[in-house]
Design a protein around this ligand. Structure first.
Ligand SMILES: CC(C)(COP(=O)(O)OP(=O)(O)OC[C@H]1O[C@@H](n2cnc3c(N)ncnc32)[C@H](O)[C@@H]1OP(=O)(O)O)[C@@H](O)C(=O)NCCC(=O)NCCS
Length: 158
């Protein structure tokens, strides 16, 4: 899975964000999420084509990471993984799904807008979500001014 995340991240070279592309996934965190049952995988021909990692922030389901192999891109795998995580949130009585992303990278902010997410501003951003954004801002190549938090309430149409 960590390898897939690296391959998926290579897209960021094409928009001049090499630090983001070269980001090394945290294996321990991935294993921890896996043990907690917070990772779902999409398989194609017996191989992992994509995966999504969930957590709970401010009482909402939160997309920690979603990655699809470039070889399997734009076939709806990301959309299906995200929809599965949203369903998990609904089953666990989470009122909404949140995420953080780059506002203007085509497969980030605009993609999530297409899926029914909208940007959160100021005090709308919960304490735990704000802390996650603050941590991300400390990572190499993350320009905080280009990052945003987004939300989709259960019941919103995509
Ligand atoms: C975001 C991601 C998971 C989407 O997965 P996917 O399975 O390719 O996406 P879907 O098939 O569900 O949706 C395709 C849509 O995504 C957007 N998209 C995906 N790749 C794109 C690209 N290279 N350029 C522009 N738009 C792109 C488009 O809106 C596209 O719709 P279209 O094909 O009709 O134009 C995948 O691009 C990825 O792994 N990116 C790298 C990691 C990442 O940025 N994760 C999100 C962090 S917040």
């Amino acid at each position: 899975m960590a390898l897939l995340e690296v391959q998926a991240g290579e897209r960021f070279h094409s928009v001049g964000m090499s630090d983001v592309a070269d980001h090394v996934p945290d294996q321990q965190a991935l294993s921890r999420s896996q043990r907690q049952g917070l990772i779902w995988v999409a398989e194609e021909d017996g191989k992992i084509a994509g995966y999504i990692v969930a957590r709970v922030l401010d009482g909402n389901a939160h997309i920690e990471q979603v990655s699809v192999a470039p070889t399997h891109a734009r076939r709806g795998i990301g959309r299906r993984l995200i929809s599965h995580l949203e369903m998990w949130g609904r089953h666990n009585d989470r009122p909404a799904t949140t995420l953080t992303t780059f506002r203007d990278v085509p497969w980030n902010g605009p993609y999530y807008r297409k899926l029914g997410y909208r940007e959160l501003h100021g005090a709308e951003i919960g304490r735990e979500l704000a802390a996650a954004m603050q941590h991300e801002a400390s990572l190499p190549g993350i320009d905080a001014s280009r990052r945003c938090a987004m939300i989709k309430y259960n019941g919103d149409v995509s």
